[in-house]
Design a protein around this ligand. Structure first.
Ligand code: GLU
Length: 610
């Protein structure tokens, strides 16, 4: 999914580019590279395996001078992370960085090899460099060559092309991967995310699908997919600068876990008044759509999918509307039947999740009544392309393993349920008031959970030598178990599975022995007796139990059975509440395992490739 930064300026820009890459590391961090044109029109390329820091160190030792350049932090899709596969890729005078996947690269590679181009890397990206070089031989300009090249590409890309023969000049093309142009005074920039450029500008133009733009120091010319010159709006950003400060915390993830009370408070702000949800705050003109919706289709990936799974229980029990939840990468490639008056809801932290975005675009042609998104980034593609967006106010989330984005998504989903329930006449004033007040109490209750941090840290020692863990829950706590298992896998690399507790005896019980920790979320509620039976099934087979519950659930410690007694909270908000101690548990286990908590291996934050 990678991060791209580029600049055309009169000053030396290597440092700006590398600073931008550091800010984009959430998008990928297996290798990084930079190409800068110096005053003698010589292209200098430096690439390093590993994080941006390695590139930074290489440039400290041998600084690059020059005002035109491109840089890239990679998340490999084709070819291992190596110096040869790192971007920029070069062909003659051309250097290219690319975000995404070129699906027809094998075909193009054969054609280009037949024309005599030698391939150095295993990447799909290298075909872009050679293709542009080829087209430039007969084109009037680099712009024309790129325009001719991109129409031959299939797949998703954000790409930037630089030509050694034309300094002070970059061509950028967007199709499926985000790219933004940053406007300066006598200098211009571009990046995958405005965050990369906040040190140099606050004025941005978001490229649209199919756009190709020519950027010089003094001009930005944009052409749409049919080659017609277009004017795109300039956004003056009021961006959150430097969430990139860890403050007193050891990791961003830890900081973000502890920020959840504030994030939820911010998410509730302006959305509740007099014990009621403000429907207009969900989206202008949303009320009629929410009232008319007869079915909800949620589409998401990863942690956002788990949030959708929790919400499915709410949509049917609170809003009184049927709901399906599907993984975006499945939804987009399956023939589905759109039910009458279906509302599509996409969930994504970044708003750039490639599969979710593709699902949204597909749904727009498939008879959905409307598409809304619940998202954390206001400038993102999902927000711009949906009919309305209900923003989570989590603030910038940097840790790759999502925490506050998940709990604020759940907060938004609960507000949305209340709104729909009321609009449809399925929720009484009293019930609405109860849920709203529960939500208002939630931030303080989460604060009170965070004091369990030390106890959970102690508990995490039990997992130091474990290779597998099972998570169990029923009802809304089943997807909370799913999310907790995902968190543990992501950051500790311990294999973790979640099961609906009732499903245990249909297979996974065979795994239980004294070496298998089983974590159960079991607060007092209607399903508790059922969960207790499942706990007994594990206990009878020597499984090691760790039960997160409140006092009323009536558990106590015994041999092979540890309870983590949480304060009693309202049933409706309990799934959000119980997420937090389980995040802390994963975090502490990862610390013991010594993993890279904020940037776990093989992952990236914004998944902008499918
Ligand atoms: N597909 C390209 C590669 O593997 C780009 C991946 C990315 O978006 O970082 O190099």
């Amino acid at each position: 999914m990678c991060g791209i930064v580029g600049a055309v300026a009169q000053r030396d820009i290597a440092e700006i580019l590398v600073d931008g890459l550091h800010r984009l590391e959430y998008r990928g961090y297996d290798s990084a590279g930079i190409a800068v044109l110096n005053l003698d029109k010589q292209m200098q390329i430096v690439r390093r395996v590993g994080k941006v820091k390695a590139l930074d160190e290489a440039l400290d030792a041998n600084p690059l001078l020059g005002g035109t350049g491109i840089a890239h932090t990679r998340w490999a899709t084709h070819g291992e992370p190596s110096e040869t596969n790192a971007h920029p890729h070069r062909s003659g005078n051309i250097a290219v960085v690319h975000n995404g996947i070129i699906e027809n690269y094998e075909e193009l590679r054969s054609e280009l090899q037949a024309r005599g181009y030698p391939f150095q890397s295993q990447t799909d990206t290298e075909v872009i460099a050679h293709l542009v070089e080829w087209e430039l031989r007969s084109a009037k300009s680099l712009l024309e060559a790129v325009q001719k090249a991109v129409v031959q590409l299939r797949g998703a890309y954000g790409t930037v092309v630089m030509n050694q023969a034309e300094p002070e000049h970059l061509i950028v093309a967007r199709s499926g991967s985000p790219l933004v142009i940053g406007l300066g005074m006598g200098e211009n920039f571009l990046a995958s995310d405005p965050l990369a450029l906040l040190n140099v500008t606050r004025r941005f133009i978001y490229l649209e699908e199919g756009d190709v733009a020519e950027i010089t120091r003094r001009s930005v010319d944009i052409f749409d997919r049919s080659g017609v010159k277009v004017v795109r709006e300039i956004h003056e950003g009021n961006f959150e600068q430097d969430a990139a400060d860890k403050g007193q915390y050891r990791h961003y993830m830890q900081k973000e876990i502890f920020e959840q009370p504030v994030a939820i408070r911010n998410t509730l702000e302006g959305r509740i008044t007099n014990d009621k949800v403000v429907v207009d705050a969900i989206g202008a003109n949303a009320a009629q759509i929410l009232k008319d919706a007869q079915h909800i289709q949620i589409v998401a990936c990863g942690t956002s999918y788990n949030a959708g799974m929790v919400a499915r229980y709410w949509f049917e029990s609170i809003a009184g509307v049927s709901c399906d939840v599907e993984i975006a990468s499945e939804f987009r490639y399956r023939k589905f039947v759109t039910r009458p008056n279906s509302l599509l809801i996409t969930l994504s932290q970044s708003g750039e999740t490639a599969d979710t975005l593709a699902a949204l675009r597909l749904a727009k042609e498939s008879g959905f009544m409307a598409a809304m998104t619940i998202c954390n980034v206001a400038s993102s593609s999902l927000v711009r392309e949906s009919d309305f967006a209900f923003m989570t106010k989590a603030g910038v989330e940097i840790g790759v393993a999502s925490t506050k984005a998940f709990t604020t998504q759940l907060t938004c989903l609960l507000l949305l349920n209340v709104a729909i329930g009321r609009l449809k006449g399925n929720l009484s004033e009293e019930q609405e008031k109860h849920i709203v007040q529960s939500l208002q109490r939630l931030p303080a209750q989460i604060e009170s959970t965070l004091v369990f941090d030390k106890a959970i840290e102690k508990l995490s020692e039990d997992f130091a030598d474990k290779h597998h863990t099972l998570f169990l829950g029923r009802g809304e706590f089943y997807p909370i178990a799913m999310e907790s298992a995902l968190k543990l896998k992501e950051i500790s690399y311990i294999h973790a599975e979640a099961y609906a507790a009732g499903e245990l005896k249909h297979g996974p019980l065979a795994l239980i022995d004294s070496d298998m920790p089983v974590i159960v979320v079991a607060p007092e509620n209607d399903l508790l007796e059922k969960v207790k039976s499942n706990i007994e099934e594990v206990r009878a087979r020597g499984g090691q139990l760790y039960v997160f519950a409140d006092h009323d659930a009536g558990f106590s410690d015994s041999e092979g059975f540890k309870t983590i007694v949480m304060p009693k909270v309202d049933e409706v908000t309990a799934p959000i509440f119980y997420t937090v101690p389980l995040q802390l548990l994963s975090y502490h286990i990862a610390l013991i395992k010594g993993t890279d908590v904020d940037q776990p291996r093989n992952l990236a934050k914004a998944v902008t490739v499918e």
